[in-house]
Design a protein. Structure first.
Length: 145
């Protein structure tokens, strides 16, 4: 396949992402990188332990698409709520942090834990304090309201 045929859609998508997310596109990029790194380390761990399983890989890919969709939904809701308030609608949001930011951080923490687990399956020692810190941080974020 011609490399230009790949560059055009990726550049277009990147432009739309940067325009849509504005100042938080870096966070979207971090989420995307963590999702891809988890998928790659998952494939490597699967190959190293029990062999590649196309069903499991496909399920993992669908999960990654779901994570990214959830992040986009969070940022969409941030914009929608701001627009509703600007139009004069009044309703109470039960938390003060933006939804997209909360979801993005949660995804990054989830993926970081999974990346560490995948790396362990490859035979690399992970400092116990790092995995404990990630698990605790994710659990704490799950408890926040």
């Amino acid at each position: 396949m011609d490399i230009l045929k790949l560059k055009i859609p990726f550049a277009t998508a990147g432009g739309f992402v940067a325009a849509w997310f504005g100042h938080v596109w870096e966070l979207a990029a971090l989420v995307f990188v963590s999702i891809m790194l988890d998928y790659i380390t998952g494939l490597l761990a699967g190959r190293a332990t029990e062999g590649l399983n196309s069903k499991r890989a496909k399920k993992g890919l669908f999960k990654k698409v779901g994570f990214f969709s959830l992040m986009v939904l969070g940022f969409f809701l941030d914009v929608a709520f701001n627009e509703f308030v600007a139009l004069g609608f009044s309703f109470e949001i039960p938390f003060s942090l933006p939804i997209g930011l909360i979801i993005s951080v949660w995804i990054v923490m989830t993926e970081a834990i999974s990346i560490c687990e995948n790396i362990q399956k490859l035979g690399v020692d992970i400092p116990p304090w790092l995995l404990n810190l990630l698990v605790k941080s994710k659990n704490d974020s799950d408890k926040k309201k």
